[in-house]
Design a protein around this ligand. Structure first.
Ligand code: PMP
Length: 345
């Protein structure tokens, strides 16, 4: 056992968690040279993975922000609705996915966010949108940023897949960094469940980027008042693993190589599934399989087709037709392609 090995320490952490972990987490998502961090305008608290970060952020906004409506994309990760409703916010949706193109409904998104009352909270998936796998392009992000800022909306980013979309931690944080670079406010919920495989450790962080260091320190004291009666303080073990990796350049490099390998493997599975459907002459346009990003593919299969595949081929997926590309291998792709082919013909 290493001297000072934090993973063996069973003391309580402070209410806001492990200070070193918080600093490193902010650096990871906002960038090492982020002016907001250098100007001490960011407050970061360790929370219970992505879900806990969203919940603490939601409760903080319900208590202190002047607008109680949060706009979430349609569709989105199912838990968003419950997390924010129970936090005390009113949840509304904005158009995001277009079933006809199996891509982004960019026009609908701009129209809905443009029509939302000024100052609304807007939930954005930083990358690898769950469940659709559809992300805006950098140019579209820029237009979204301009609209959000012009309406004085408050962006709340959910980052559950940094590094998993493109294989690059920096590229996957680009959307967030565009918003932070303009000097405006935003919230950020980070999860280490996927990118470090720390699902059960429940390790994540909530950062709030403020306009001044003074506001950031006042925000932090209010966050403590949200956290203290909710769970007192967060668990130590996972955060110490993350901090150990992020501060050691060898371990950090090893981690980025492994992340890239995982992201590339997912991209390869997309290509293999697309090729297998093309080889079978499966009717329809399946190019969205290679265009979509991250762990998930929104296949476009309907609930009857999904039920058929489960019954006849023992393939299990969510009834909205979402499949996890991470669960596929070169061995199982042909079986899945046979099943999709049979379901649509
Ligand atoms: N946000 C999104 C979009 C997710 O997909 C997930 C996990 N499925 C989470 C947040 C939260 O996950 P966790 O609480 O395990 O970090």
């Amino acid at each position: 056992m290493l001297v000072n090995d934090l993973s063996r320490v069973k003391e309580y952490l402070p209410i806001v968690g492990l200070a070193e972990f918080n600093k490193l987490s902010a650096k990871l998502i906002f960038g090492a040279d982020s002016p907001a961090i250098q100007e001490n305008r960011v407050t970061t608290v360790q929370c219970l993975s992505g879900t806990g970060s969203l919940r603490v952020g939601g409760e903080f906004l319900a208590r202190h922000y002047h607008q109680l409506t949060i706009f979430i994309p349609a569709p989105t990760w199912g838990n968003h609705i419950k997390v924010f409703t129970l936090a005390g916010l009113n949840v509304k949706t904005y158009r995001y996915y277009d079933p006809a193109t199996r891509g982004l409904d960019f026009h609908g998104l701009l129209e809905d966010l443009g029509a939302a009352p000024a100052g609304s909270i807007v939930l954005l998936h930083a990358c690898a949108h769950n469940p659709t796998g559809v992300d805006p392009t950098p140019e579209q992000w820029e237009q979204i940023r301009q609209l959000i800022r012009s309406k004085a909306h408050l962006p709340f980013f959910d980052s559950a897949y940094q590094g998993f979309a493109s294989g690059s931690l920096d590229a996957d944080a680009q959307s967030v960094r565009m918003f932070v670079a303009d000097g405006g406010e935003c919230l950020m919920a980070q999860s280490y469940a996927k990118n470090m495989g720390l699902y059960g450790e429940r390790v994540g962080a909530l950062s709030i980027v403020c306009k001044t260091a003074d506001v950031a320190s006042r925000v932090e004291s209010q966050l403590k008042l949200v956290i203290r009666p909710m769970y007192s303080n967060p668990p130590i073990h996972g955060a110490s693993i993350v901090a150990t990796i992020l501060k050691d350049s060898d371990m950090y490099n090893e981690w980025t190589i492994e992340l890239k390998a995982m992201a590339d493997r997912i991209i390869t599975m997309r290509k293999q599934l697309f090729d297998a459907l093309s080889a079978r002459g499966t009717p329809g346009d399946w190019s969205h399989i290679i265009k979509q990003i991250g762990m998930f593919t929104f296949t476009g299969l309907n609930s009857e087709q999904v039920a058929f595949m489960t019954k006849e081929y023992h393939i299990y997926m969510t009834s909205d037709g979402r499949i996890s590309m991470a669960g596929l291998s070169s061995k199982t792709v042909p079986h899945l392609a046979d099943a999709i082919h049979a379901a649509v013909t």
